[in-house]
Design a protein around this ligand. Structure first.
Ligand code: NDP
Length: 266
């Protein structure tokens, strides 16, 4: 039951209707006996900074979940960033301390790799092709590098962004063979990751050439809705192992929940 003592957590997004974190995190609060509620907060990019100034003063707010398109902008509004968030330059979880300071962290990469491992897929030793160089891709790229993949190739519509991401990861992991590929790649990869937003719509093209989807390849998604994207459908048809996007969220729910509830009195 929600009472005056219930801890308040918000999720900031634009748009917000499709987000699945409220149902998952509220179920986690309930199942773990936490007197807390996560409420959706729909805010546009232009209003983010002024809203955050006000939220600093909201005394029963313990934390915030941050999602598209606010993750990078919110990192600049935090008073302190955790190790993951400062590497990636984006936050997806924030805790509010009693003096109004905001501490940000990013669990997207840990969620993606944790989701793979929970499904019995160890990314260590894989030759990885990652499509995308946005916020999710940044987090996933760093996490895959940390998880000892054999090599990492990054392919993105905007090649300059793929190049910048490859350089950023390389500066932290100098021994990892890493490359930004300008043209659709043709070589063999054992793990292919879609970290773009392609797949949300049925009309979207595949994020990687279908010829790369070979038997024995694992194909992992970030897209959660639809659960089975066109990429996963085609990959399954070509004999690939498929890994839907929900695993990434499921594997970080506990990390997100514990972090956002640790605000106010920390
Ligand atoms: P960004 O907006 O930061 O990045 C979007 C990425 O998709 C960029 O690489 C962009 O390429 C690419 N892209 C978008 N449209 C096209 C297109 N028409 N053709 C080719 N490439 C395209 O978003 P995020 O990285 O934050 O999020 C990406 C997806 O990941 C979202 O759908 C989000 O819901 C999902 N996600 C899922 C999570 C989970 O737990 N499963 C967690 C976090 C995110 P370019 O750089 O060229 O614009």
């Amino acid at each position: 039951m929600i009472t005056g003592k219930t801890a308040l957590v918000g999720i900031l997004a634009d748009p917000i209707a499709h987000v699945q974190t409220p149902q998952r995190l509220n179920a986690w609060f309930r199942d773990h006996g936490h007197d807390a509620i996560l409420v959706p907060m729909h805010v546009g990019a232009d209003d983010l900074a002024s809203l955050v100034q006000s939220l600093r003063r909201l005394r029963n707010l313990t934390g915030l979940v941050v999602t598209v398109p606010h993750k990078e902008a919110f990192a600049l509004l935090c008073d302190q960033l955790g190790e993951g968030a400062s590497m990636v330059g984006a936050v997806n979880a924030v805790k509010r301390l009693s003096d109004g300071r905001l501490l940000g962290e990013n669990f997207d990469g840990a969620g993606f790799v944790g989701g793979l491992r929970a499904a019995g897929i160890n990314p260590a030793g894989h030759d990885v092709l990652m499509a995308g160089a946005g916020g999710a891709a940044r987090a996933i790229g760093f996490a895959l590098a940390r998880a000892d993949v054999a090599s990492l190739s990054i392919f993105n519509r905007n090649h300059a962004k793929a190049d910048a991401l490859a350089r950023a990861i390389q500066s932290h992991f100098p021994k990892l063979p890493i490359a930004a590929v300008a043209d659709p790649p043709t070589e063999k990869f054992s793990l292919i990751v879609n970290a773009t937003s392609l797949g949300l719509s049925e009309a979207d093209p595949l994020p990687v050439p279908a010829a790369l989807l070979r038997p024995g390849t694992t194909v992992a998604e970030v897209i959660m809705k639809p659960e089975r994207t066109k990429l996963l459908d085609v990959a399954a048809g070509h004999g690939c192992r498929i890994h839907p996007g929900r695993h990434m969220l499921e594997a970080q729910i506990e990390l997100l929940g514990s972090f956002v509830l640790a605000g106010i009195d920390s």
